[in-house]
Design a protein around this ligand. Structure first.
Ligand code: PRP
Ligand code: URA
Length: 207
């Protein structure tokens, strides 16, 4: 599938299996989600541009490479927050924006309720994070909000994606790359991913 990058790494898959297990409590769930998010960062950032920087080692001067652009991490509230710490662990210099989007439980349509982004977000590399891509409504609305803020370089990083969600994001934003650790079978009649891992927000926060 074009613009979908699936992580088949055995360590990520092992942690994802633990995460899916219904007996995993919220403390363990939170820890696992953060660990997977950290592991994903290497691959997600692989093609980011670097620029040369002169540095002085204890022995001599040399030209090293550093990231060319600032980084902004944008979790979709609430469940995206569960991945944020893990990403920040690898990219501590990143700034954070927040997008609050929740699904209407009946219509499954996204409702945007909060937005706070760094003013110069347009000049940065943006990672939009949310563990679940179900109908795709929330991700698509969040990507639109980022585009409206001038963002031109962004990636969407999730954990579990449904085919329906991938299709919707591709339809609305074909150029945006989607990174995920699993593409599950389908949605159920309530818009939950099967087999999935349940309600990610509830499992992260113990609600
Ligand atoms: C969950 C999840 C995504 C969204 C995915 O959030 O974290 O944001 O559902 O579903 P979609 O692809 O069909 O839009 P939810 O709406 O449950 O809000 P919460 O994180 O505040 O619980
Ligand atoms: N949101 C979740 O948290 N889980 C799903 O399965 C679908 C949407």
């Amino acid at each position: 599938m074009q613009n979908v990058i699936l992580f088949d790494h055995p360590v990520i898959q092992t942690k994802l299996s633990d995460l899916r297990d219904f007996s995993t409590d919220y403390r363990e769930f939170r820890a696992l989600l953060g660990e997977i998010a950290s592991l994903m960062v290497y691959e997600v950032t692989r093609d980011w541009p670097t620029r040369p920087q002169i540095i002085q080692t204890p022995l001599e001067k040399m030209t090293g490479q550093v990231l060319a652009r600032e980084v902004t991490l944008v979790p979709i509230l609430r469940a995206g927050l569960g991945m944020a710490e893990g990403v920040l662990h690898m990219l501590p210099e990143a700034r954070m924006g927040h997008l609050g989007v929740r699904r209407d439980e009946t219509t499954l349509q996204p409702i945007a309720y909060y937005q706070k982004l760094p003013p110069d977000i347009a000049d940065t590399e943006v990672l939009l994070i949310d563990p679940m891509l179900a109908t795709g409504g929330s991700a698509s609305a969040a990507i639109t909000a980022l585009k409206n803020a001038g963002v031109t370089s962004m990636k969407f990083v999730c954990l579990v994606a449904a085919p329906e969600g991938i299709q919707a994001v591709h339809r609305d934003h074909p150029e945006v790359q989607i990174y995920c650790a699993a593409i599950d079978r389908q949605l159920n009649e309530k818009g939950y991913i099967l087999p999935g891992l349940g309600d990610a927000g509830d499992r992260v926060f113990g609600t």
